[in-house]
Design a protein around this ligand. Structure first.
Ligand code: ADP
Ligand code: MG
Length: 229
């Protein structure tokens, strides 16, 4: 327990610093991207034609890493309050559906029971997007991401399960989820699951992963049920 607390504290300091650098790096990066795009548009130079897409891709990757770092630092507006989980689920599915359609992945969302939880809407959305995106990315040639939301009145919990029909994980792989920089993807950052776990924990919730190789993965998120009014 105590070791874990020390680790978390260090992480907080590092991430606060990283967030302030990240902000500064973003602006020049955007400028560079704009000029590379401009120079490569309608060019006859074979080398530019060949390498510009790689430059743009790597710049986008850099930007993605920065975005993930930024979410590591607690935003000023972080607030635990009554949130509507169903609304946030619908928004998240809506955001990812077009990308899913391109990858031949369909989303199904089922919600049941009370929808008010105690949490932060932005945190929950970010966490859900990370998990759903992983589910989508685990599917190689078409499949399903199914999301169920139920309520356990006794435990006073909202339970969200996100199940994919993707390639699943071995036990060893499953153990590594959430370690910083652990990724099996050529363009992964290996930060998504670590950030997700942090966001859920900040809201007093839990997150667990179950997986079977070549069958799929189920991620279960719980959040405290909102009990006011
Ligand atoms: P990234 O997505 O950038 O690789 P994550 O922290 O989100 O980083 O995930 C870490 C790794 O965990 C992934 O590279 C993948 O190997 C594994 N993983 C996460 N979610 C799933 C899933 N739903 N199905 C299969 N593997 C997964
Ligand atoms: Mg990810």
């Amino acid at each position: 327990q105590f070791d874990d607390m020390i680790y978390v504290d260090k992480l907080a300091t590092v991430s606060e610093m990283a967030a302030s650098f990240a902000h500064e790096i973003r602006n020049p990066l955007t400028t560079v991207r704009g000029f590379v795009q401009f120079l490569s548009e309608g060019t006859k130079d074979e080398r530019v034609k060949k390498f510009a897409p790689i430059i743009l891709e790597e710049l986008d990757r850099t930007n993605e890493i920065i975005t993930e770092y930024l979410t590591l630092a607690k935003p000023a507006q972080f607030q635990l309050q009554k949130i509507n989980v169903d609304d946030i689920l619908h928004t998240s599915v809506h955001l990812l559906s077009p990308l899913g359609a391109m990858l031949n992945v369909s989303f199904q969302l089922y919600t049941e029971g009370k929808s008010d939880a105690y949490g932060d809407a932005d945190y929950l959305k970010q966490a859900l997007l990370n998990v759903m995106k992983n589910g989508m990315e685990a599917i190689e040639s078409g499949g399903l991401v199914t999301i169920h939301k139920t309520v356990d009145e006794k435990e006073k919990e909202v339970i969200i399960t996100i199940r994919d029909t993707g390639k699943g994980m071995t036990e060893e792989q499953l153990k590594k989820i959430g370690l910083p920089y652990y990724t099996t993807k050529s363009k992964g950052t290996g930060l998504g699951s670590m950030i997700t776990a942090r966001l859920i924990r900040e809201m007093g919730g839990t997150i667990t992963y179950e997986s079977r190789l070549n069958v799929g993965t189920t991620v279960t998120i719980t959040l405290p049920l909102y009990e006011g009014d």
